[in-house]
Design a protein around this ligand. Structure first.
Ligand SMILES: C[S@@+](CC[C@H](N)C(=O)[O-])C[C@H]1O[C@@H](n2cnc3c(N)ncnc32)[C@H](O)[C@@H]1O
Length: 378
């Protein structure tokens, strides 16, 4: 039996966690999906707790986290941000165990939820890059907010925070390691400029220990490495080696940082209304199947910005599997879990093209969920 997050949650204030059963659900399908996983050659979707599945997933280039918000938004969500560090910590640990320096984490949340979890992310090796704000616009709240009662400005935003997994060699962050390796050669610092064929940029950028530090491009890393191994103290060789046996190549050096391809014209504020129209999965009652369904275009954008075709994308909290679908649409490989059988079924239907209306009329046929590999995507 998979662990339920509500059962694993230890309320830090000692009180019994608020019941979240049935929270935020507009529909619960009478029949289970009849399957516990759905897959094709690029996608693996599990019904279950992601904590039970991380161990079988391929090394992630991207992790898209859209889990607890501290708003009792789904069964197992916490009642406020105070319990969120506990809720996330086992997941963050598992992400860190699987991540490489090439991995990017996109952490979706409310501002306060992110603030509460940030120290946990840092403690487990994730380095903050940027906070992106999804501005849903005024239409999101039109006429529905009594500001006299809530006594604050209406919230129309979420954040999607970009983290990278800090690369370390010999236990040192890259910045420190580069300088330490150069010092080990016994060569004066200025010789690094000669190695790179620049006036002063190597010392000023690549060996700097402050905010001016700059990741040496692979060709510059190779120049530093070759110069150090040719002219550095023979007793200390190899220099700039990851395994202590041979110097690292430019290609190996490239893997020491995350990928980033900036989409043209984008800033860290993403103006985009909430999911609506045909993209929004609705129950027969007309209500949204999942309150937290994310826009596919935003998911595609972050995935394309931080990975390449063929790379593995993890979506630990699948919901309707928006990140997995975006990964599939952009030729990445997706690994995802959803713990709730109803969300799982609706999510899988986005991949198979099964009619959402069919799902609402039990019994749901398991075959239906496997039916169409070439279905039209949402
Ligand atoms: C914020 S929603 C994700 C919405 C999703 N991004 C989308 O666009 O549909 C979080 C989801 O994570 C699921 N969940 C919570 N804890 C989980 C766990 N440990 N393993 C798998 N799914 C989990 C919840 O049931 C919920 O549907």
């Amino acid at each position: 039996m998979p662990r339920h997050p509500a059962n694993t949650l230890k309320n830090i204030r000692g009180a019994a966690p608020t019941s979240t059963v049935g929270r935020g659900k507009s529909i619960t399908l009478a029949n289970g999906p009849g399957i516990t996983q759905w897959r094709d050659d690029a996608t693996l979707l599990w019904l279950g707790d992601s904590l039970d599945h991380y161990g079988q997933w391929d090394t992630p280039t991207v992790i898209v986290s859209d889990g607890a918000y501290g708003v009792l938004g789904f069964e197992g969500d916490t009642s406020d941000h105070l319990d969120m560090p506990h809720w996330y910590e086992p997941h963050v640990k598992a992400w860190s165990a699987a991540a490489t320096p090439a991995t990017t984490l996109w952490f979706w949340n409310s501002e306060i939820g992110w603030a509460a979890v940030h120290p946990i992310l840092e403690r487990h090796g994730w380095r903050y890059q940027n906070c992106n704000v999804w501005n849903k616009g005024k239409a999101h709240i039109a006429g529905n907010v009594n500001t006299k009662r809530i006594r604050r400005f209406p919230v129309v935003s979420e954040v999607c925070v970009q983290y990278v997994f800090e690369a370390k060699v010999d236990g040192q962050p890259l910045k420190q390691w580069l300088l330490a390796e150069w010092k080990r050669t016994g060569l004066p610092l200025r010789k690094a400029n000669e190695a790179c064929g620049v006036a002063d940029a190597a010392v000023r950028k690549y060996l700097d220990q402050g905010h001016l530090w700059y990741f040496p491009p692979p060709e510059m890393f190779e120049r530093l490495q070759e110069f150090a191994n040719a002219h550095g103290k023979p007793s200390g060789r190899p220099y700039f080696s990851m395994d202590g046996k041979r110097p690292a190549t430019g290609a190996e050096w490239t893997l020491m940082r995350s990928k980033f391809f900036c989409p043209h014209g984008f800033t860290n504020v993403w103006d985009r209304p909430p999911v609506n129209g045909g993209e929004r999965l609705k129950a027969p009652s007309g209500r949204a199947v999942h309150l937290n369904q994310k826009p596919l275009d935003l998911m595609r954008m972050i995935i394309e910005a931080s990975s390449e075709p063929g790379d593995a994308v993890w979506e630990p909290f699948g919901g309707l599997f928006t990140a997995a679908l975006a990964a599939r649409q952009t030729n990445r490989r997706a690994f995802s879990c959803e713990i709730d059988p109803t969300y799982f079924q609706y999510g899988v239907a986005r991949f198979t093209g099964a009619s959402v209306r069919d799902l609402a009329e039990p019994p749901v046929e398991a075959e239906l969920l496997f039916q169409s590999e070439s279905a039209t995507l949402a």
